[in-house]
Design a protein around this ligand. Structure first.
Ligand SMILES: Cc1cc2nc3c(=O)[nH]c(=O)nc-3n(C[C@H](O)[C@H](O)[C@H](O)COP(=O)(O)OP(=O)(O)OC[C@H]3O[C@@H](n4cnc5c(N)ncnc54)[C@H](O)[C@@H]3O)c2cc1C
Length: 260
């Protein structure tokens, strides 16, 4: 079974950089890392291929400056190869522009039985890319998967809901977005890290994918970011001095907040 996993490479959340006041987008000129949200999709794909007894996991990513650091992490986990789309004309791409590019990259990756994504990325989090990819590829889409089982030519998904989960089944190939916690992502081993250095990364531009530059980037963006603002600082916390009765004060405080 061949599984394609979309993996976004994002600025390190521990050092996220800054917003560009002119374009109102996140500066992405530093090193990018594998979005933790996507490590669940990679792990799920590796487990499904193992369970099927054959096949491989291919990664697909769109990122500036030929960035491969995040891809190498996912290759070290066990993915076989990657397609990276990097092109100056992609700057300013909105979610639909990104989806158009990823859909073409998925086709380039070869015949996939299943396409996995995260539910939403950690930096953009529109949560719209997976469904747009499915529409562009004319494939069924299942969202919020907390468990995935492949059964012959169909996929069975437990789809997370507010009150529990729905059992959903659909034919393959399909696009499935997974929730965080669907599986426990493995840590890349030293052997995996060394092997990842020589795994193939097919770096392509818009011309290679047959994507019209006018339909993506700033030129093709249908979304506009009208305003950006700094997030409010957290309100000061309450310090409870322990005079021997601190537990009671904390319980009272939690009761007042209707937490207990
Ligand atoms: C007007 C405008 C201009 C923008 N300009 C830029 C820009 O110049 N540079 C820039 O980087 N961003 C830019 N953005 C942000 C960019 O459009 C989004 O980050 C991108 O479309 C993906 O959306 P998301 O992160 O909300 O995806 P979501 O829908 O939240 O992502 C869901 C899942 O889809 C997959 N996915 C999403 N994006 C990628 C990716 N790139 N590669 C592989 N898998 C992916 C991942 O599995 C992810 O978890 C711009 C946005 C707007 C509105």
């Amino acid at each position: 079974m061949n599984v394609v996993v979309c993996v976004k490479q994002i600025p390190d959340p521990a050092d996220p950089g800054a917003l560009d006041p002119n374009t109102k987008t996140l500066k992405r000129d530093g090193k990018l890392i594998l979005d933790e949200s996507d490590s669940y999709g990679v792990e799920m794909a590796l487990q499904l291929v193992d369970a099927a007894g054959g096949g491989e996991v291919t990664l697909v990513s769109m990122a500036p400056n030929g960035e491969t650091a995040g891809l190498r992490t996912a290759l070290a986990m066990g993915a076989a190869k990657a397609v990276l789309v990097s092109d100056d004309a992609l700057q300013g791409s909105d979610a639909l522009g990104t989806s158009k590019v990823l859909a073409k990259a998925i086709e380039r990756a070869g015949q996939a039985d299943l396409i996995l994504t995260a539910t939403e990325s950690s930096d953009g989090y529109t949560g719209t890319v997976p469904e747009q990819i499915a529409e562009l590829l004319s494939l069924p889409s299942v969202t919020f998967a907390k468990s995935i089982t492949v059964d012959g030519s169909s996929v069975k998904v437990q789809r997370q809901t507010e009150s529990g989960y729905d059992d959903v089944e659909c034919p393959l190939p399909a696009v499935v977005s997974v929730t965080a916690g669907v599986v426990e992502p493995r840590y890349p081993s030293f052997k995996g890290i060394m092997a990842a250095k020589s795994k193939p990364v097919d770096q392509v531009g818009l011309g290679d994918l047959g994507v019209d530059a006018g339909s993506v980037g700033w030129a093709g963006a249908g979304q506009e970011i009208v305003e950006i603002a700094t997030a409010e600082a957290r309100a000061a916390s309450t310090v409870v001095e322990d005079d021997g009765e601190a537990f009671q004060k904390i319980v009272d405080m939690l009761a007042e907040l209707k937490i207990v």
